[in-house]
Design a protein around this ligand. Structure first.
Ligand code: SAM
Ligand code: CA
Length: 247
């Protein structure tokens, strides 16, 4: 029915707006989390970057403030020092990471798009954490291949955040599982993919959601079956699966 379809479509778009980036059933509950626990504690540079990104046409891609807070807490809990990020956009998760790491911490950050990184860069510089970032423009896969080639890089990363092209996540996994430390953590982002992982095949879905859905489903199955890692899928943001390397 046309009416129903429109309602479903508006439901789809609501969850894609910045500020509604949550899979919680109630938007009010999500707002409560943001207003009670996230925004009051959000570092000023992250607030500035979030507001700048909100004006950008692709703002849908940004990490949400609650997920930024989660990443920051996680990095501190595991005493992360040497980290990697695949998929930077304007740098919200990158800045959360850079602020959470000690002064001599490192982030190898990769993105095919440098322009968006450069939008956020002045804020990162002003925050005094740019020296921790080694940004590489271009596709991540060849960079990972080079890193894996050199055995000295094996088992050297405390944390790796993957938030880029979902159709490559399994290719990334094959490589970064060698690069993360035993006991270190990989975070795969968007593993609940807009809730589409449980949507019926005829559900209204944006084209890109439908396209990447099968890759996300395949990734989720592969991670659950991988004996080299312990996993935990969290409904934070659009779903993040934490993988702790076991062997
Ligand atoms: N973590 C970011 C943040 O907090 O705002 C969001 C990243 S956004 C969801 C995905 C990014 O992946 C885009 O900036 C895109 O340019 C980048 N990307 C897409 N394909 C890539 C590839 N093959 N290698 C590296 N980056 C890629
Ligand atoms: Ca993401």
């Amino acid at each position: 029915m046309a009416g129903n379809g429109a309602a479903q479509e508006s439901q789809v778009s609501k969850h894609q707006e910045v500020g509604h980036k949550s899979l919680l059933q109630s938007d009010a509950l999500y707002q409560y989390i943001l207003e009670t626990s996230v925004y009051p504690r959000e570092p000023e540079p992250m607030k500035e970057l979030r507001e700048l990104t909100a004006k950008h046409p692709w703002n849908l891609m940004t990490t949400s403030a609650d997920e930024g807070q989660f990443l920051s807490m996680l990095l501190k809990l595991i005493n992360a020092k040497n980290t990697m990020e695949i998929g930077v956009y304007t740098g919200y998760s990158l800045l959360a990471t850079a602020l959470a790491l000690p002064d001599d911490g490192k982030i190898l950050a990769m993105d095919i798009n440098k322009e968006n990184y450069e939008l956020g860069l002045p804020i990162i510089q002003k925050a005094g954490v740019a020296h921790k970032i080694d940004f590489r423009e271009g596709p991540a896969l060849p960079v990972l291949d080079l890193l894996v080639e050199d055995k000295n890089n094996h088992g050297t990363y405390d944390f790796i955040f993957v938030d880029a092209d979902k159709d490559n996540y399994l290719n990334y996994h094959k490589r970064i599982i060698e690069l993360v430390k035993v006991g270190g953590v990989i975070g795969y982002d968007n593993t609940l993919w807009n809730g589409s992982v449980v949507a019926p095949p005829d559900a209204p879905m944006r084209k890109y959601v439908r396209y990447y859905r099968d890759f996300v489903l395949e990734l989720n199955k592969a991670l659950a079956a991988d004996p080299r890692i312990e996993i935990c899928m969290l409904p934070v943001g659009d779903g993040i699966t934490l993988c702790r390397r076991l062997t």
